[in-house]
Design a binder for this molecule. Structure first.
Ligand SMILES: O=C(O)CCC(=O)C(=O)O
Ligand SMILES: [Fe+2]
Length: 419
């Protein structure tokens, strides 16, 4: 079913194939019936005419999107219920009058928890991301089908869209969405899986180091603020620097305290650099996580502007299935992470894929259900000092987010302050 059939009971080809046709239709009808007896256009007639013009503009915008994205299912793609991400159907680089990211940001900035705008080259539409659907709904109520003063009164059209659909549109420039595209997650895209990266003895020693650290904290007067932080039913502890789950960024005023980077990890980092030559052996942040049965971590990409290119993960205690999702093609690839293994994500695997551990009690491995048991992991990363990212995957990148911009400004101001 074509979008326009659903949204407007019109065939988009009628509109899109005959450019400018709607203006003639409009003009003709206005001349025919929009005048009162004295030949003066009445206010209500004028309003009706404007409404019709807006409706035709809307039809044209949706049809253009449908055509350019080759999607005839906009009634599924655009959602009735709020989502954190919205498509701005008629404002983008290639829209009439062309707008850029900064101009769009100015429109959305006044709204609470606005995160970022994503404009795409050659596209007359763009996307806006808020922290949550409850924030996006406020902006949509204020802007959708209303004249926008910052754009000379142009009426904007906004639709809710699932974040993964947005990420697909934003990232797919390198891929064709064929449904059966061969997508691999291996060294060619920066993904390494090294089983038995550590020996059983080293594994035992690592567990003991983590437990000994807990014991020390228990005995320490500082234990109250140096605790395991619970998030999504898993427990997290940061070393070197802390990740702030509210800011979704490395932050000094984090909810979670960070501890000194432990020296017992250094030989393993050296070993990883020997096995993966493209890794420069630099790590200054460690996150240890404990996953009780049934817990997990939702699909995410490690913040591009918080951490440098290489992300390393050592698995401890028991195996777990990790899902990797490639928004550009919608591919999902599952990797079984065994204890003692190392995962390395770089390049496209790190910037253009998301990863998750599903929140469930068992994994399906080779057609068989495998019960989960408690698992621990150690994620090792390097702080991104410039807090910038120039990757090619705007759907997953936080370089333009308001929070990151503010943090960059704060850092700049702190640096320029005299001591
Ligand atoms: O626990 C894991 O294996 C992965 C953790 C992770 O993805 C992260 O901390 O960003
Ligand atoms: Fe991650």
């Amino acid at each position: 079913m074509l979008i326009a059939d659903q949204f407007f009971k019109l065939n988009p080809v009628d509109i899109f194939g005959q450019e400018g046709n709607y203006q003639q239709k409009l003009k003709g009808s206005a001349e025919r019936d929009e005048r009162n007896d004295s030949g003066v256009e009445s206010i209500s007639c004028r309003e009706r005419r404007i409404q019709r013009l807006i409706q035709l503009k809307k039809e044209e915008s949706y049809a253009t999107f449908s055509n350019m994205e080759k999607r005839d299912d906009l009634d599924n793609l655009f959602l009735k219920y709020p989502r954190k991400t919205m498509c701005v159907l008629n404002a983008g680089y290639a829209s009439i009058g062309g707008v850029d990211g900064e101009q769009l940001e100015a429109v959305f900035k006044p709204f609470k928890n606005f995160e970022r705008v994503v404009t795409l080259h050659g596209k007359p539409y763009s996307f806006v991301v808020f922290r949550g659907g409850e924030d996006a709904v406020v902006a949509r109520n204020a802007l959708h089908e209303k004249p926008c003063t910052l754009f000379n009164g142009k009426t904007l059209f906004l639709e809710y869209i699932n974040h993964i659909d947005f990420a697909e549109i934003a990232n797919k420039h390198l891929y064709q969405r064929t449904g059966n595209a061969k997508v691999t997650l291996d060294e060619s895209v920066g993904f390494y899986y090294i089983p038995n990266f550590i020996t059983l003895e080293e594994h035992k020693a690592m567990i003991e180091s983590i437990l000994a650290d807990d014991e020390r904290k228990r005995a320490s007067v500082q234990s109250a603020d140096k605790r395991w932080f619970k998030i999504q039913e898993r427990f997290v502890k940061h070393y070197g620097n802390s990740f702030d789950y509210h800011l979704k960024h490395i932050g000094s005023k984090s909810l979670v305290a960070s501890e000194k980077f432990p020296s017992w990890i250094l030989p393993f980092i050296e070993r990883a650099a020997e096995k993966v030559p493209s890794f420069n052996g630099k790590v200054n942040q460690l996150t240890i996580q404990k996953y009780p049965v049934g817990s997990g971590i939702s699909f995410h990409t490690d913040s591009h502007t918080s951490f440098e290119d290489t992300v390393l993960v050592i698995s401890l205690l028991t195996p777990v299935a990790m899902d990797f999702r490639h928004p550009a093609t919608r591919a999902i690839i599952t990797k079984d992470l065994e204890p003692c293994s190392l995962v390395v994500m770089q390049g496209e695997a790190r910037y253009g894929w998301e990863h998750a551990i599903r929140i469930r009690r068992s994994d399906l491995i080779a057609g068989e259900a495998r019960e989960r048991q408690e698992r621990w992991s150690m994620t090792m990363r390097t702080l991104n000092e410039s807090m910038t990212c120039h990757c090619n995957y705007p759907g997953l990148c936080d370089n333009n987010s308001q929070v990151v911009r503010r943090l960059r400004e704060e850092r700049k101001a702190a640096k320029s302050e005299p001591n």
